[in-house]
Design a protein around this ligand. Structure first.
Ligand code: NA7
Length: 535
């Protein structure tokens, strides 16, 4: 509880969201003596892993890395089954952490925050839930996730459709039986690429509605090798520290010295083959210029297209599955038997690249003049990334200004964490921070540590207000964009820019240089919160 300027707040901090960011915020802030409460719209913890229960849902970062590092005993004791964990195992882990640290009692479930209003005379937030309950807190922490607002495009005739329909990111809590059913999956991003092989095993027939074919490389998931586990756990803290200081905040065996055309064609192909067998995100850093030079990048694209032609039996179908954009200008995908699945008799690719979906009908989806009758449609159509969830809330900062209005032409936040005009408010892995271009667990821990340490600093110095300065925020936003444009992440239409949401301002949202970002945050603190005003 805080008492300043004769105002006592109910709480030191309100945290919105009980995914991995919210869970660690609660653990860390409570540990530092801050009275904290988490509000969560869902009926349980886990965030992304609570909602994304679609068949095949799996993390694309190895679990020995996609897990908390803040507690040595936790990381030593917890045993993962597989190299890459599925949704159920990750959710199980989230619940374990919550119970282990006795966090559940400070999480209010089934409660959505609808508004947060800042009192600039007394430096606190009044936060109101969908049940009309209001609470006051000095600090307001948005742990709402980067991909938490589903995108369901509008399709003509959808109201006529009589079958079932689910968005992957709002998958029902009760089991969905797809056995023997005719199923449509719309989309060909990470989600669809995970779901298609899993659903094909169950469904009577699966129709994959593909607008843009994707690059994907094998994940090569396997039971966790006990030797590797032992080796990592014998030096876990050091291993975490190495990853913390590595590009993308994870272990990637990158080649940062040699350029693509420094080696012969044969040598390069052998290297790509090695990386194909290795799986994971290994291609992105095959050579120093793979992610920045278009001609170099095209050699990766050619290699993957040849692989597709080698896997898919029908040559015409293989061509339809071949992507023609810059590799990694859409988020690279990892798969298990994705292209192989199109060799099955019960799978049909519906190529909607030219004409899109015409309309939904009572019985299914009409495309290319054909009505595909289905029992169930799965929208794997992505998310209003990074800003969607924040813009839905009524968040009013100084002068009653709405965050949504401040962000009308694109989100602006210093370090991708704090917005000018919105004191004592923090967006964990927000737009303008490395977020989705990293191992999210590491990015979350870094932001939460920054916030918790800032609050400790403020408490020690009798400060009740921290706010990003406009003169720091504006150059930061420009810097994130400029940096992005030095890479090929910006070389196409993608959700990093918000291209998937009609009307969304086109701004490149993630900061591409994790290592530089961490150094900047450390520098900000060393220089007594450079770019912030503290009062
Ligand atoms: P993505 O990567 O945004 O993929 C969405 C897919 O849905 C993509 O193939 C889109 O095609 C397709 N889409 C979107 N709207 C339509 C319409 N109107 N018609 C047909 N197809 C459409 O979302 P995911 O859930 O797969 O992955 C999101 C992230 O989650 C992922 O990057 C990981 O970080 C985890 P398009 O490419 O726009 O032509």
């Amino acid at each position: 509880m805080s008492t300043v300027n004769s105002v006592t707040t109910d709480l030191d901090a309100v945290v919105v969201g009980a995914g991995f960011a919210g869970i660690y915020s609660l653990q860390n802030l409570r540990n530092k003596g801050f009275k904290t409460r988490v509000y969560e719209a869902a009926g349980g913890v886990g965030g992304t892993w609570y909602w994304n229960r679609y068949p095949g849902a799996r993390c694309d970062i190895p679990s020995l890395q996609y897990s908390y590092s803040f507690d040595e005993t936790l990381q030593q004791e917890w045993q993962w089954k597989n190299k890459y964990s599925d949704q159920a195992d990750i959710l199980n882990y989230a619940n374990h952490v919550v119970d282990r640290f006795d966090l559940r009692k400070d999480i209010q479930f089934d409660t959505r925050i609808v508004s947060a209003i800042f009192d600039e005379d007394h430096n606190f937030w009044t936060i109101t839930t969908d049940a009309g309950e209001s609470v006051t807190a000095r600090h307001f922490v948005l742990a709402t996730g980067c991909l938490s607002t589903s995108n369901i495009p509008e399709f003509e005739g959808f109201d006529d459709y009589q079958g079932k329909a689910y968005h992957s990111g709002r998958w029902p809590q009760e089991p969905v039986d797809l056995t023997g059913k005719k199923v449509a999956i719309i989309g060909s991003g990470s989600t669809a690429i995970q779901a298609i092989p899993a659903v094909a095993e169950l469904a009577g027939h699966l129709y994959s509605f593909q607008r843009t074919p994707q690059f994907t490389i094998p994940q090569h998931n396997e039971p966790l090798n006990p030797e590797i586990e032992k080796q990592i756990k014998s030096r876990y803290a050091t291993y975490r520290d190495e990853n913390y200081h590595s590009p993308f905040a994870q272990e990637v065996s990158g080649n940062f010295e040699t350029n693509t055309f420094d080696v012969s064609d044969e040598e390069r192909t052998a290297e790509y083959e090695r990386r194909w067998q290795m799986g994971g995100f290994a291609f992105l850093v095959a050579y120093a210029d793979s992610g920045s030079d278009r001609v170099a990048n095209e050699t990766i694209a050619d290699f993957v297209r040849d692989k597709i032609r080698g896997i898919v039996n029908d040559p015409a179908l293989a061509e339809k599955l071949c992507p023609d954009f810059v590799y990694a200008s859409k988020r690279p995908v990892l798969d298990t038997n994705y292209f192989e699945t199109f060799n099955r008799d019960n799978v049909t690719l519906v190529d909607i690249r030219d004409n899109g979906i015409e309309r939904f009908t009572e019985t299914g989806i009409r495309a290319n003049g054909i009505n595909h009758e289905v029992d169930c449609v799965i929208f794997a159509t992505g998310f209003d990334a990074l800003t969607g969830t924040l813009n839905k809330m009524e968040i009013r900062g100084r002068g009653g200004r709405l965050l949504k209005d401040k962000w009308a032409e694109g989100p602006k936040a210093y370090l991708g964490l704090c917005a000018e005009g919105f004191p004592n408010m923090y967006v964990i892995t927000g737009p303008g921070s490395p977020s989705v271009l990293t191992n999210m667990m590491v990015a979350i821990e870094q932001h939460v540590n920054f916030i918790a340490d800032t609050m400790v600093h403020m408490r020690a110095n009798d400060q009740t207000r921290i706010e990003a300065k406009l003169e720091a925020e504006e150059p930061w936003v420009a810097h994130v964009s400029e940096l992005g444009h030095t890479t090929l992440f910006t070389a196409g239409a993608n959700w990093y820019f918000g291209d998937n949401i009609p009307g969304k301002p086109r701004v490149f949202l993630p900061h591409v240089d994790w290592v530089g970002y961490v150094e900047k945050c450390e520098d900000v603190v060393d220089k007594n919160y450079d770019g912030f005003s503290l009062a």
